[in-house]
Design a protein around this ligand. Structure first.
Ligand SMILES: Cc1cc2nc3c(=O)[nH]c(=O)nc-3n(C[C@H](O)[C@H](O)[C@H](O)COP(=O)(O)O)c2cc1C
Length: 362
């Protein structure tokens, strides 16, 4: 019943994509569990070094023979003045003192090499490549296609979707403002393109001729049926899988996901320098009062890494980044396979109920 052109092309049973979530949640176990359950699992590998990336792909292949995706961050050219970086370092030192870690750490690398990451993906000939934060160069997109890889871009506005289609991607993730994690916005400021999923999906679907994957706030069969009705060919669910046993999210983070409410998230640049939605923390609140300029991504991301890691070690959620979408009250800790199954069962029941409503009205 839920076969779409996209599920046929990708040879998956259900139109459910598990969102790639860089930073730990999307373990090979999670990705394989979703793919084995009939959806499309995806590794979020934006922060991985090339060899870590290769090993994650190989682990997924050991666990499933089903299609899966791998996601990267399109790099941005960013520079920041020594003064701004110095001020932020000074400001962040108070957290380092509190957490008992070294002050003024030297940052050797702000991000991994996109070119080297792409090289691994080409060598591994992955089934699906998705990306966010921009559009990769044409030679990368062409090389992926020559490997037989299906390519998916991320848009937060109609204009971004049109540019992705013109660049030759095969499908588009329409990321609504409810979504957890970083905004994929690349034409404007991330905080200026906050269009809700309900409004974004049909407008993108009307303006592109390739499949649209709805993302942001979709947690169950209700979200799936609504998205398909709005013109999507599939959904991409992130927060829904964060607290499942296969997710690599920290235990304290999982607990927060399971106990937080729909009004507990906020979009912030505090942790990474790029707009992202997460559960409100003391660090986010403090940063509202920061008198200077927050350096852009990926500089700020690299500058707060030691603090986030030290906080995780002592189970202190207030200084960790707790990325989550607005649907988080609907999250549960069921297995990934159960989440896929429950979503499909609920969607099946809903479609029948809606069909019956039609019969009564006529
Ligand atoms: C913890 C977390 C990490 C994320 N990391 C990525 C990522 O690496 N790449 C990406 O394209 N999207 C990433 N996203 C965004 C998701 O792809 C997706 O847009 C979002 O999860 C959908 O909203 P939902 O969380 O309400 O389901 C992340 C989301 C979360 C919650």
């Amino acid at each position: 019943m839920f076969e779409t052109e996209l599920t046929r092309t990708l040879k998956i049973r259900y139109p459910i994509f598990q969102a790639p979530m860089a930073g730990g949640p999307t373990t090979p176990d999670l990705v394989a569990a979703v793919s084995n359950a009939g959806g499309l699992g995806s590794l979020g590998t934006g922060y991985l070094a090339p060899e870590q990336l290769r090993s994650a792909i190989q682990k997924v292949r050991q666990l499933t023979d089903r299609p899966f995706g791998v996601n990267l961050f399109v790099p941005e050219q960013t520079i920041e003045s020594e003064k701004t970086i110095g001020q932020m370092t000074d400001y962040l030192n108070k957290y380092r003192v509190e957490l008992g870690i070294a002050q003024n750490p030297s940052i050797l690398k702000v991000s991994e090499s996109f070119e080297e990451q792409v090289q691994v993906l080409l060598e591994e000939k992955i089934p699906v490549f998705s990306f966010t934060f921009g559009i990769p160069p044409q030679d990368v997109l062409q090389a992926m296609k020559q490997c037989g890889t299906f390519v998916i871009g991320t848009a937060t506005t109609v204009e971004e979707a049109k540019q992705l289609e013109a660049a030759g991607v095969d499908a588009i993730v329409a990321q609504g403002s409810e979504a957890g994690g970083h905004r994929g916005t690349f034409l404007k400021n991330g905080s200026d393109s906050l269009i809700g999923t309900m409004a974004l999906v049909p407008q993108i679907a009307d303006h592109v001729s390739i499949p649209v994957i709805a993302s942001g706030g979709i947690m169950d069969g209700r979200g799936l049926v609504a998205s398909l009705t709005l013109g999507a060919a599939a959904v991409q669910m992130g927060t829904a899988f964060l607290a499942c046993p296969e997710s690599g999210a920290h235990a304290t983070y999982k607990q927060k996901i399971l106990s937080a409410n729909e009004d507990d998230t906020e979009i912030t640049r505090a942790y990474s320098g790029k707009a992202a939605r997460g559960i409100r923390t003391k660090f986010m609140n403090d940063m509202h009062r920061y008198p200077g300029t927050i350096p852009p991504y990926p500089i700020q991301n690299a500058m707060t890494r030691d603090i986030r890691q030290a906080a995780a070690k002592v189970n202190n959620p207030e200084y960790m980044s707790l990325w989550a979408g607005q649907g988080l009250r609907l999250a549960n800790d069921h297995s990934a396979a159960a989440i896929v199954k429950q979503t499909m069962n609920q969607a099946n029941i809903l479609v029948k109920r809606i069909a019956n409503l039609g019969m009564i009205d006529n």
